[in-house]
Design a protein around this ligand. Structure first.
Ligand SMILES: NC(=O)c1ccc[n+]([C@@H]2O[C@H](COP(=O)([O-])OP(=O)(O)OC[C@H]3O[C@@H](n4cnc5c(N)ncnc54)[C@H](OP(=O)(O)O)[C@@H]3O)[C@@H](O)[C@H]2O)c1
Length: 283
């Protein structure tokens, strides 16, 4: 495993497993087998409705002596309808069965996002999270958050893959040392991405799968990368990317794909509407 050091000195694994759109039962199996295979980062969210499953898988791995809590890096995200609910962080920890997480995000730049971020800052000071994150912040809302936050975000989670590396946003946060954790690293399963000519060629050269080349590229970009999977073969392959390195020329060739596609293009209004939906456990 390779690690990145966040601006507050916390070490974050460069590769983890994502759990978006993975059912509670599949999440237990995927997370447990990922930990057994050497993954140390697990990304979840209030809205994925599987935090309890992540907690159960982690506890099982700890009970079986596979890993200690201190070796793991757990990230989760507060949902906007909870930004003004003072119990949101404690309830999140309760669902996970943990007394702290390693990274806590606000999930969307919607609703009263500064109230959400204040909750994160308080949780950080109270030792309930080791680091802070923002997810899906761009443009003016990113500027407001950076100007008004007391503790600058250590990580930003954005859609990022070879078609979209968000250089402008990365440059915007460079002075704070905020690192990128990329979502949709495999284009949410888009076969067109992994079948790009350059990945076919490099897969052949390194005797790796096309997906492994894409994920290795991401970690060499210093993007924390969190491919989602419930397929045991994919989970094994995705974790096996640290025994080779792409050359500078190969990285430059892949850079030729940058700026050509973004999969998620919701307007501010659409995000507000979607992020205003209450989660089932709130009722
Ligand atoms: N902050 C946000 O708003 C946000 C939004 C979206 C996602 N995320 C986070 O980012 C994570 C990653 O995004 P994602 O899971 O949506 O997309 P992704 O990781 O780009 O792609 C997942 C898809 O790729 C397939 N896959 C995984 N490994 C593969 C392999 N080696 N070969 C071929 N196919 C493979 C998976 O199917 P199988 O199950 O069959 O392997 C699944 O259909 C999420 O799980 C979540 O933690 C955050």
């Amino acid at each position: 495993m390779e690690y990145a050091t966040l601006s507050n000195g916390v070490n974050a694994p460069l590769l983890g497993i994502g759990t978006f759109m993975i059912s509670p039962d599949d999440t237990v199996n995927s997370v447990y087998s990922a930990i057994k295979l050497g993954y140390r980062l697990i990304d979840t969210a209030n809205a994925y409705m599987n935090e309890e499953s992540v907690g159960n898988a982690v506890q099982r791995a700890i009970d079986e002596g596979i890993v200690t809590r201190g070796e793991l890096f757990i990230s989760t995200k507060l949902w906007p309808t909870l930004y003004e609910n003072d119990a949101a962080v404690d309830n999140t920890l309760m669902r996970l069965g943990m007394d702290y997480v390693d990274l806590l995000f606000i999930h969307q730049p919607a609703g009263n996002y500064m109230a959400g971020y204040r909750q994160l800052e308080k949780a950080y000071k109270d030792g309930k999270t080791k680091s802070l994150g923002i997810s899906n912040f761009y443009g003016e809302k990113l500027d407001i958050l950076l100007a008004e936050s007391e503790i600058k975000p250590h990580v930003m989670q954005l859609e990022a893959h070879p078609y979209c590396t968000e250089k402008e946003v990365r440059d915007r946060v460079a002075e704070y040392g905020t690192l990128l954790m990329g979502w949709y690293p495999l284009g949410h399963g888009d076969p067109g991405l992994v079948k790009e000519e350059v990945f076919l060629k490099l897969a052949d050269k390194y005797r790796k799968s096309n997906a492994q080349i894409v994920l290795r590229w991401a970690t060499q970009m210093q993007f924390i990368t969190i491919p989602g999977s419930k397929n045991p073969d994919h989970i094994r392959d995705n974790g096996d990317i640290f025994d080779f390195s792409l050359t500078d020329e190969e990285m430059a060739e892949i850079a030729g794909l940058d700026g050509t596609k973004k999969y998620y293009n919701a307007t501010d209004e659409e995000v507000e509407k979607y992020a205003g939906m209450h989660l089932p456990f709130e009722r």
